[in-house]
Design a protein around this ligand. Structure first.
Ligand SMILES: Cc1cc2nc3c(=O)[nH]c(=O)nc-3n(C[C@H](O)[C@H](O)[C@H](O)COP(=O)(O)OP(=O)(O)OC[C@H]3O[C@@H](n4cnc5c(N)ncnc54)[C@H](O)[C@@H]3O)c2cc1C
Length: 411
């Protein structure tokens, strides 16, 4: 069999690549190992609950998401800008006062940081919004924790807000990620909503895949290896391609491309419980700012969309850093840790399912160059897209997929 362009991987990068190629009259074929498109953006349905595979959100500001997605059809349900922070034995609301100016006084007196920190937050915001994305990624770089200290933030706000909130984004408890990656994420939080599609995160890749004509996406098809333009499937079947695009996650991309450089990743674990009531009321993320414990954050998605849980039930997602243990082995730890937060009712929560995701994201340690300029061409007829050589996130997956396609067309 011969295909014009074979794309290995039907995650967001592969889908964006295929859609862009189609726009230019090309005929891509996606080979996807999984049983549905989406890669890391998948949602399971169990007992009437929608279980995203690990806690994840769409940030509506992402320029590429706005380009590729129909937000109206996704029926996006936004979180409140900010979070609930558990510290000193209580939950405290932290708000983005730029978007919720009525909460300025509450923010100024919040024990999550000193009042000087609140002023510095405005400075950080200004800095993160300065210039375009290329300028953001061109700025002087250090790790995020050093960056925050150099900006004068107190240890209190670092421990109570920055570490718990942003480590949940990077799966990096000590925030040793690049200050550029940090500022990119801060910008996304500042300029748009943080939202869930009403019917789960998988609605995003489903929407993209629906725009592809039948036959473009071959599911349950794992690629074993590449031999030039020949793609060998796990089944042994060979495919001849005019051009090959590797659109898998980083570790697998390195394997297929024969690169020996290590690709460090960060893991996360998510446990979903069924309960009669939501322990966190309203569309909030609750983060652990106590400075101890295994739990990083708690989210109740049915507080945003009724589709996440059957009528009369609530879905509780508990997220922990790392992915060394099986989720079931953490159930007791999680209950013991959540009881002081939410009371004895925690004992009655029913574990629905857990997800252990060892390679959720690449470690984004410095240096992190501008992902939009990364070289995606690997040979005469070989291209790469996705986080390998660029950066993770919905934004950069879509962007790199589009760029690879445009490169192929131009070449
Ligand atoms: C728990 C979690 C939370 C996240 N939260 C956010 C968030 O809130 N916001 C955000 O912007 N980003 C988030 N991300 C990151 C974001 O989901 C990813 O960066 C993005 O989806 C990556 O897309 P991709 O297409 O590059 O790779 P992937 O989604 O990994 O897709 C690669 C595809 O390739 C397939 N594949 C692999 N090997 C083969 C093979 N040999 N043959 C055929 N197919 C193969 C895989 O099955 C997969 O479908 C999160 C990720 C995780 C895991």
């Amino acid at each position: 069999m011969h295909a014009d362009v074979v794309i290995i991987g039907g995650g967001l990068a592969g889908l964006a690549c295929a859609l862009t190629l189609r726009e230019h009259g090309r005929e891509p074929l996606i080979l996807e190992a999984g049983d549905a498109p989406g890669g890391r953006v998948r949602t399971d349905v169990q007992d009437g609950f929608l279980l995203d595979r690990g806690f994840q959100v769409l940030q509506t500001w992402y320029p590429e998401a706005r380009r590729f997605l129909d937000y109206g059809a996704l029926d996006l349900r936004p979180f409140e800008p900010g979070a609930q922070v558990r510290c000193g034995g209580h939950l405290h609301r932290v708000s983005d006062v730029w978007r919720r100016p009525g909460r300025l006084a509450e923010m100024m007196f919040s024990p999550v940081g000193h009042w000087t920190d609140k002023l510095r937050l405005l400075g950080l915001r200004r800095q993160c919004l300065r210039g375009d994305l290329e300028a953001l990624y061109g700025a002087h770089e250090r790790d995020a924790i050093t960056h925050l200290r150099e900006m004068g933030f107190s240890q209190r706000i670092i421990d109570r807000f920055f570490k718990p909130f942003f480590s949940g984004v990077f799966f990096e408890p000590e925030l040793q990620v690049s200050s550029r990656a940090f500022e990119f994420v801060f910008r996304a939080f500042a300029l748009g909503d943080t939202a869930l599609p009403a019917r789960g995160m998988e609605a995003i890749p489903r929407q993209l895949a629906q725009r592809l004509p039948a036959g473009t996406l071959r599911l349950n098809t794992r690629v074993e290896r590449l031999e030039g333009r020949r793609v060998i499937l796990q089944s042994g079947e060979p495919l001849e391609a005019g051009t090959v695009v590797v659109a898998t996650a980083g570790t697998e991309a390195a394997r297929l491309l024969g690169d020996t450089e290590s690709f460090p990743t960060r893991g996360t674990t998510c446990l979903y419980f069924d309960a009669p009531q939501a322990p966190v009321a309203g569309p909030y993320l609750a983060v652990n700012g106590e400075g101890h414990g295994r739990v990083n954050n708690v989210v109740c998605p049915a507080q945003l969309s009724e589709h996440y849980a059957p009528a009369g039930r609530q879905l509780i997602g508990i997220n922990l850093h790392g992915a060394k243990e099986e989720p079931e082995a953490l159930e007791e730890t999680v209950r013991a840790e959540m009881e002081p937060w939410f009371g004895e009712g925690v004992r009655d929560w029913r574990l629905i399912k857990g997800y252990r995701i060892p390679e959720a994201l690449p470690a984004q340690h410095p240096p992190v160059p501008y992902p939009g300029a990364a070289e995606l061409r690997r040979g005469e007829a070989l291209w790469v897209c996705g986080e390998y050589r660029t950066a993770p996130s919905i934004q950069w997956a879509l962007h790199s997929g589009r760029r690879a396609a445009e490169g192929i067309v131009a070449a």
